[in-house]
Write a protein that binds this ligand. Sequence first.
Ligand code: PNS
Length: 162
Amino acid sequence: MKKVIYPGSFNPITYGHVNIVERGLELFDHMVVGIGTSIDKDPNTYLKDRIRLCRESLESFGDRVNVVGFNGLLVDFVKSNDTRFVLRGLRTLTDYDYEFQMLEMNRQIEPSLEYVLLPTSQKWSHLSSTRVREIAALGGDVSPFVPPCVSEYYRDKHAIPD
Ligand code: PNS
């Protein structure tokens, strides 16, 4: 059984992420969505909410997808899940630079890591969690960009700060 880790901040999960999960499951049997902490992005805030929203958004994939939070290094999280495969979505050239910096540093720490980088489908290539949070914080409708549970979450005025 081939297992992959799909790490990210998922702050919040968007339809772009859901699309990567769906396509990743064509390549792997099982996926662990790892909600990690980025030192740039106010790591621990609302981790529980991010996990819950991811779980609800991905429940249609059944037991092929697990959603868990992790606090340490990604390389340790990957190893603790008995795999060496990491999945990430790529939207733009800016993503490419950011991604390759992380990827190369992680591979220096753990050379056995193998990355699968999926280009985000064109429909969602403009989409970012940061912009979703901004629209939500200013009272806009984010339902075109995120699963219903996420837009409901923001409607209930629980906007997640960056
Ligand atoms: O969705 P994001 O914000 O691009 O995800 C970033 C994330 C969480 C994947 C990254 O920050 C991460 O791997 N954090 C875990 C801590 C870690 O291993 N840091 C070293 C990165 S080289």
